[in-house]
Design a protein around this ligand. Structure first.
Ligand SMILES: O=C(O)[C@H](O)[C@@H](O)[C@H](O)[C@H](O)COP(=O)(O)O
Length: 243
């Protein structure tokens, strides 16, 4: 079942980040009230950084028990663990360490420190998902590129067609760095709630394309992911300006 996309527009990036963080905290608390350990898929990118900062600001005072949250990444750059390019490193510094999520619940994609190739990193992450990924994700957050990519699923790339493997390597990424690991569409589809986080005029065309009935996965990967229960586009006014 695919859910129709809901669209929520906020004045600017700061208001957008505060709204997403607040909604995420509420969802995590609701899941825990229903005795679920919520699994959240984080994304890299600029607006995600702003959301993470708001989680750090609001998270400690929230009703969320951070020892009962599991974190994953929709994609990761295949670089050294300490590289400033790592999505996980940025998220740890921004909120994960401050809120005390237990190490065993923070599922990082292997880095070049751990394995020799992005393919090995993808295989290990697929194993981790199979072993610890529960029956899906409470919330999947996705940034969107100006070309309409989500995670590291880029227009015209062969990874868009992957239906068997849950995690794959990406090389020659048009967005640096070139080597990455990404969840595939079937894995992204395991989310109860899929949230797109998009800020800025530079994304307005990609947002309009992704929400157009004429969108094709090959041209606009962001048109594909849908939550099993909810799909919401969290936008600021500039990003919504072509709708
Ligand atoms: O690892 C990555 O690069 C991200 O996961 C990527 O998918 C990102 O979310 C978009 O490119 C949007 O990034 P910005 O918000 O910085 O434009």
């Amino acid at each position: 079942m695919t859910t129709e996309a809901l669209i929520e527009v906020h004045d600017d990036a700061a208001a957008l980040a505060t709204a997403v963080a607040g909604e995420l905290l509420a969802r995590l608390a609701d899941a825990q009230s229903a005795d679920r350990v919520p699994h959240v898929v984080l994304t890299g990118g600029t607006i995600a950084d702003a959301v993470h900062a708001e989680l750090a600001r609001l998270g400690a005072a929230s009703d969320v028990d951070w020892t009962r949250v599991a974190l994953w990444w929709g994609d990761e750059r295949f670089v050294a663990a300490g590289s400033e390019d790592r999505n996980a490193g940025q998220a740890r510094a921004a909120f994960i360490d401050a809120l005390g999520v237990p190490a065993e619940h923070v599922h990082e994609v292997p880095s070049t420190d751990d394995v020799a190739t992005a393919e090995e990193a993808a295989e290990r992450y697929a194993d981790a998902l199979a072993e610890h990924g529960a029956d899906g994700f409470e919330v999947l957050m996705l940034g969107v590129g100006p070309d309409g990519h989500v995670a590291s699923l880029f227009p015209g790339f062969p990874q868009l067609d992957e239906q068997e493997r849950s995690v794959v390597a990406v090389h020659d990424s048009p967005k640096p760095p070139p080597d990455r690991v990404t969840l595939t569409f079937p894995t992204l589809a395991r989310a109860r709630s899929t949230w797109f986080l998009v800020s800025g005029e530079g994304k307005a065309e990609a947002v309009a394309r992704a929400l157009s009935p004429a969108a094709t996965p090959a041209e606009t990967p962001a048109s594909v992911p849908r939550g099993r229960e909810e799909t919401t586009w969290f936008l600021d006014r500039p990003a919504a300006s072509h709708l």
